[in-house]
Design a protein around this ligand. Structure first.
Ligand SMILES: Nc1ncnc2c1ncn2[C@@H]1O[C@H](COP(=O)(O)OP(=O)(O)OP(=O)(O)O)[C@@H](O)[C@H]1O
Ligand SMILES: [Mg+2]
Length: 496
């Protein structure tokens, strides 16, 4: 369908920008259009729309006419002179599946049309089969993306609180769980800070593919830790202390018997040759590590992940952010080293509240897992180890890790500092996209980067599995509480 015609303005048309006039009212900002250029069929995105009307060009004449008591809109055919002008950025030339850069301007007077949906789909880099995350806004075509394009070079999901990050990530996980063996299945593992992903456990459709381990259940086998591992958990530890700890660990290992933190402390205490100050410091550091977290034996990380399955590490029962950091560090390191040796399947590690695990700057307990997250971000793609970092504070997220996320799914953000930051770290975002990010509604997202040829606005699809009550609104939670409370007191009365 024809939408309008390219007009000549002082600055346009250029190879990358056109303006067109239209009398249609159904054109939206961020929708796609097509038009011919000397190079072939061009596809562009409507970056902005404005209305013109020559009757209202001059404020003085309007004011003068109104003064005489004449209603301008009644006296003159003003409506007929109202037009809409669309400002379009040319994204590329689409000829026979081949995408070229636009280098020549189209002619004024050229028709601007609605794009052919199949062509638009190919042009934007969507697949016939793949992870279906939602629909293209304004055009309604399903967005299916290849596993490789979306995850191999890591994904960041960024938005302010309540914009729908967890919901969207759950949709992504559902898509991963739906895959068949012959399509290539990765293992999914989510660091779940608020226990929100446990709803997968209650879903009939996915229950069999889900494993949950809580923070309290997770144990780190002390025998697997070297002195430098301890140094990561205890950032304040000094070199001489680390050296002494290393020789103690050697001695314990030579006994070939499982040992725990208390065994190390005892050995330090009994060591007559160790400098007393070092001895005291080491004992204090080691004593500060929770016994609940470390054991003679521990969780087998390799057994935690399986192709086509989801493992939820529910850290909501741990209040101490240092403990969360230690578990995340240990788990990620084990997973990554096992993956390098091909002992575990390729995986996607989803990290909720990623800014609390890999913080920019030096907030000690928030940086325990930072090193390994940055390592996976830098090297993971070669080994099939992918990250999905989820954060409502992109400013506080490690720049190294964020800049390695080649695809970004951005939902509503209104904080100007966060917006600026995202604009700097992501190439695909211009001023007009930034504007649109502030007005996105819940469940709408902008996808930029490796996964798509051009930035696209998405309406995220509905979940197949239901959310648990953490996702419910406050009214619902309050109502449920009172209902349950009433039931409890009725039960109690019946009992008396
Ligand atoms: N695509 C969607 N369709 C329908 N409802 C949605 C969608 N996305 C999010 N919601 C709803 O919006 C609310 C907030 O979503 P969600 O918990 O995913 O936000 P969030 O960005 O993870 O927030 P937080 O930063 O607090 O973790 C939830 O009640 C959820 O049901
Ligand atoms: Mg969330």
């Amino acid at each position: 369908m024809t939408l309008g015609k390219i007009i000549a303005t002082k600055e346009t048309p250029t190879p990358t920008e056109i303006h067109f006039v239209t009398d249609k009212n159904n054109i939206d900002k961020n929708q796609y259009v097509e038009y011919s250029s000397p190079q072939g069929k061009s596809i562009g995105m409507v970056k902005d729309l404005h209305k013109t009307n020559r009757y209202f060009d001059s404020p003085e004449s309007i004011a003068q006419i109104e003064k005489t008591g004449v209603e301008v809109t009644e006296k003159f055919p003003t409506q007929e002179w109202e037009h809409t002008v669309g400002e379009v950025k040319t994204l590329g030339i689409y000829e026979d599946d081949f995408i070229e850069r636009p280098t020549k301007p189209p002619a004024p007077g050229t028709k601007v049309k609605e794009p052919v949906l199949e062509e638009l789909r190919d042009f934007l880099g969507f697949e016939d089969k793949g992870l279906e995350i939602g629909k293209l806004q304004h055009h309604g075509i399903p967005i299916k993306l290849s596993l490789t394009n979306l995850f191999q070079k890591h994904l960041a999901v960024l938005a302010q609180t309540g914009a729908g990050k967890t919901y969207t990530v759950s949709v992504l996980i559902e898509e991963l769980l739906e895959r068949q063996s012959n399509e290539g299945r990765v293992a999914s593992l989510v660091i779940d800070v608020h226990g929100e992903y446990r709803s997968f456990e209650n879903s009939e459709r996915y229950r069999d593919k889900v494993k949950v381990i809580s923070g309290e259940e997770f144990k780190i086998p002390v025998g697997s830790l070297s002195a430098s591992d301890f140094k990561i958990f205890i950032p304040g530890m000094r070199r001489p202390q680390e050296r002494e700890l290393s020789s103690i660990i050697d001695k314990l290992r030579s006994k070939e018997k499982p040992y725990d933190i208390q065994d190390i402390i005892e050995m330090v205490w009994k060591d007559k040759e160790m400098n007393e100050k070092t001895q005291r410091a080491l004992m204090r550091w080691l004593d500060g590590l929770s016994d609940d977290l470390f054991g003679k034996t521990g969780s087998n990380v390799k057994k935690l992940v399986n192709p086509g399955q989801l493992t939820i590490l529910d850290l909501s029962d741990l209040i101490d952010s240092k403990e969360r950091g230690i578990i995340t560090n240990y788990l990620s390191r084990r997973l990554f080293s096992s993956r390098r040796r091909k002992e575990v399947p390729p995986f996607v590690l989803f990290v909720e509240e990623a800014h609390n695990f890999a913080s920019e700057g030096d907030i000690s307990e928030n940086t325990i897992a930072k090193g390994i997250i940055e390592t996976i971000a830098r090297e993971g793609r070669k080994f099939g180890a992918s990250l999905c970092l989820i954060s409502q504070r992109p400013m506080r997220l490690s720049t190294t890790a964020l800049s390695q996320c080649n695809t970004q799914l951005i939902m509503r953000i209104t904080n100007p500092h966060d917006l600026e930051h995202i604009g700097r770290t992501s190439e695909g975002i211009d001023e007009s996209s930034k504007d649109s990010i502030t007005t996105l509604r819940v469940g709408e997202a902008l996808l930029v980067g490796e996964a798509v040829s051009h930035p696209v606005f998405i309406k995220i699809r509905e979940r197949n599995s239901s959310e648990d009550e953490l996702g419910e609104d406050l009214e619902e939670q309050a109502r449920k509480y009172e209902e349950e409370d009433n039931r409890r007191s009725e039960d109690a009365e019946a009992f008396m």
